[in-house]
Design a protein around this ligand. Sequence first.
Ligand code: FCB
Length: 452
Amino acid sequence: MPQPPFPQPDRARLLPENFRFGVATSAFQIEGAPTADGRSDSIWDTFCRVPGAVAAGDTGDLACDHYRRMPEDVDLLAGLGVDTYRFSVSWPRVQPGGRGPASRAGLDFYDRLVDRLLAKGVDPWLTLYHWDLPQELEDAGGWPHRDTAHRFADYAALVFDRLGDRVHAWTTLNEPWCVAMYGYADGMHAPGRRDRRAALHAVHHLLLGHGEAVRRMQEQAGPEHDFGLTLNLTPSLPATDSSEDVAAARRADGLGIRLYLDPILLGTYPEDVVSDLAEEGITLPVQDGDLDIIATSIDVLGVNYYFSERIAAGRPVREEDGPVTALGWPVTPDGLTDLLLRVSREYPAVPLVITENGGAFTDATLEEGRVCDGDRIAFLAAHIDAVAEAHVQGVDVRGYFVWTLLDNFEWAHGYGPTFGLVSVDRKTMARTPKESARWFRDFLRAQRQPQV
Ligand code: FCB
């Protein structure tokens, strides 16, 4: 583990002055309070009750108790010196059941959050959907069902109506690939379905919901508003030059990256993916006009980057001897530079922001109040450098948000893996900033010093 003095991202100095640095969280992973103020169940509440679905039987019932501790958490993140906080709104909290009028009490929470952020000089960056679909909408068919896209647009309009006067950055979806594939094909995530056709239908309806939501919000928006969505872009490179590996990598890239970027930014689905799917007997449920809606112009593309991987004949292969995180994810910062260069080359019209990057590491508590996580510091420094390198090479990249502020509910892994800059005692809920939090704060201070 690296010891102090910790690595510094030397190239960060080359980033533009208005480059954003932030931290990101999501509602279900931190809020808790599942029934407060009329909130209804989301698919994750239900999924957590399925025996064996989540490690150790963990649930989001308490999470980080952020619903009650929000003021303290805002003070904590403002103390890091970030200029932006990316959070998500819980759909079943602000529109229980996913239809009908907004819940005033639910919206009040986000109203208070936004006001407190602004009072501390932190810009709110709001994500509308970070995986917590109201259970009633899943019961009615979920994302494989077209109506869910329309419901999502209605929900977006409700939230915008209340917060659009103060929130300028709006992300519709977080990682639609994970929503569709983990949720409906692999069953590893809520709602735990295992139906590949349903998953591909979900992809189309997620993208349609994104486009409809942007259009609805744009009707009420001004020039100060930016709209976009966040994709998890995991580069898939062929493990060898063999035609099998090259073909497998093309398929993985098609299903993981181009199936999203092409319709959103080019207005078409990639032909090779459509024909691969046809071979499986799957047709995307596209209706007239859908692609125009999906390709509604956006102002920013959020990129979540964790690692890149090599693909051999259909399955990921991990470099045997390279460093990995506590979840076994390879540490591949150069892949981030390459990814940003590629996206900006193939889809040049849209500015990029890294809306999540971080790692799960085994933190060492040396003594009360001191949590050492040098591996996280090295990880973040290398990835910030990788972003700066992409900027130097001409990519229009405008921000970098660390995943995440607090150790939290890591989906099917429960509370085991820790990604936070701040640790959370599971018994007392006490927050302890790790060394990485101090490092990030000092880095941001230095970054803001006038350059000589
Ligand atoms: C991303 C999710 C985020 C978190 C990180 C580790 O895929 O968007 O909620 O779980 O992975």
